[in-house]
Design a binder for this molecule. Structure first.
Ligand code: AMP
Ligand code: GLY
Length: 420
């Protein structure tokens, strides 16, 4: 079969790498892809946020399955348009993608279905924000309602800072996405990213990973999309996973179905595991980046069978996925300056890949210059990912691989998975 993969980051390179291993797949087409994906199949220079061009591509390619990596085309309704053309797609409808696209929607949904999450208020102006902030104690958590490329959350240490943040956000810091804010209680605990697949009715648990959102060592510096990740996560043991499924994931899928917006795709729950159990921080409606890279390294089952069963509504016929017992760690090499301004077009030389399955370099923000040389083209450039018997060994193998990479303009955290 032919698979069309939408997106061109590290997550998509990892998905494409795993998709291409499927005995079901003869051809992989990526839009827009990247030089890493170009080693696995054909890349078409179509922007992952241009729905008209993506639909034209799908009509020409007639893929047997479309896999949508990023959230923006899902929120725009790409999956709805594909389904209307009878093209199988892994990814939720625009309505179901509200679980990521609107934090206010998700909070109200959690209330309706008794899903544990932080106490909150939805506010539309500074006065409402101030009134609610008076009832909370620091630190204060303020979130833009809509999609803000992972930058829409502010944790303010004191009330003045919180009021200023509310003013900036309501004043258009994130455009329409921050015209409405969710202000919420600060939750104590340890975090985990948990993933589950659904075809709208059936839910299949995947596994957990943990990422590192801050740019610099010791969790310092600005928030990023993620500077590294690891799996397994010790605090997400069998018992906690069952609680997360029973208390959060299953009620979500059932609630979405009964509300007429069945969720098909991967549900990515950001969790806070506290003294009273798991609570939902937020939902995403796609794989995490770079969490996906460690998940794909550990997945032993055929990914395409799973994604196709979600698309076709037959997830109840698919056995639980099998996972490698080994640990995976990914370290992101970013362009200096990221998540702020950074240079593009900086040269990168990768080591010659060896046949060992212990390490993979997933490409994210890369492209080829006119001479065909690999250069940087985004903030997060590479995700160097290892699979080893222990987290410690995976950390060591990932950093040894980084030593083999020549990317002068890059930086990376030196403490990925060090807390474990
Ligand atoms: P989000 O984009 O919603 O995942 O938030 C980004 C990060 O902010 C999370 O990974 C948490 O570290 C933190 N965060 C968000 N909401 C809360 C909360 N209510 N309590 C504590 N930390 C939070
Ligand atoms: N790494 C977090 C995310 O993909 O949103």
């Amino acid at each position: 079969m032919k698979v069309l993969l939408i997106g061109g980051g590290g997550r998509e390179h990892a998905l494409g790498w795993k998709i291409k291993q499927s005995p079901l797949v003869a051809e992989l087409v990526s839009a827009p892809g990247n030089p890493g994906l170009a080693t696995l199949g054909h890349c078409v220079p179509v922007d992952a946020e241009n729905l008209d061009d993506l639909m034209a591509l799908a009509r020409t390619e007639r893929p047997d399955l479309v896999v949508v990596g990023p959230e923006v085309p899902l929120a725009q309704g790409l999956a709805d348009q594909l389904r209307a053309q009878n093209i199988a797609v892994f990814g939720p409808s625009a309505k179901a993608a509200q679980l990521e696209g609107s934090k206010a929607f998700t909070k109200a949904f959690c209330d309706r279905h008794n899903i544990p999450t932080a106490g909150y208020r939805i506010v539309h102006n500074e006065d409402e924000a101030k009134t609610y902030l008076q009832t909370l104690s620091p630190p204060f958590v303020l979130k833009a309602d809509g999609l803000a490329a992972g930058k829409g959350v502010v944790i303010a240490a004191d009330r003045d800072e919180a009021v200023l943040a509310a003013r900036d956000m309501l004043g258009g810091q994130f455009g329409a996405a921050s015209q409405t804010l969710v202000i919420e209680e600060f939750m104590q605990g340890v975090e985990a990213s948990f993933f589950a697949l659904s075809d709208g009715k059936t839910v299949l648990p995947l596994i957990a990973a943990q990422d590192h959102k801050r740019a610099f060592d010791g969790d310092q510096g600005p928030n990023t999309g993620g500077m590294g990740a690891f799996s397994p996560v010790a605090h997400m043991d069998v018992a906690m996973t069952k609680r997360v499924m029973d208390e959060i994931i299953i009620p979500t899928v059932q609630g979405m179905q009964t509300e007429g917006q069945a969720f098909c795709g991967v549900l990515f729950a950001g969790l806070m595991i506290g003294p009273k159990g798991p609570r939902l921080i937020e939902y995403n409606v796609r794989f995490g980046d770079p969490e996906c890279q460690v998940l794909m390294m550990r997945l032993q089952s055929d990914l395409v069978t799973l994604l196709l069963a979600c698309a076709n509504g037959t997830l109840d016929t698919v056995p639980l996925p099998v996972w490698d017992a080994r640990a995976s760690v990914t370290v992101v090499m970013a362009a200096k300056g990221y998540p702020g301004a950074y240079a593009k077009g900086q040269p990168i030389t990768l080591p010659v890949p060896d046949e060992s399955e212990a390490v993979q370099i997933f490409q994210a923000g890369t492209s080829c210059d006119e001479q065909g040389n690999l250069v940087s083209s985004g903030g997060r450039v590479l995700a160097v990912t290892a699979l080893c018997p222990s987290i410690e060994e995976a950390v060591s193998v990932a950093y040894q691989e980084i030593d083999q990479i020549d990317f002068q303009d890059g930086y990376y955290r030196k403490d990925i998975a060090a807390k474990v």
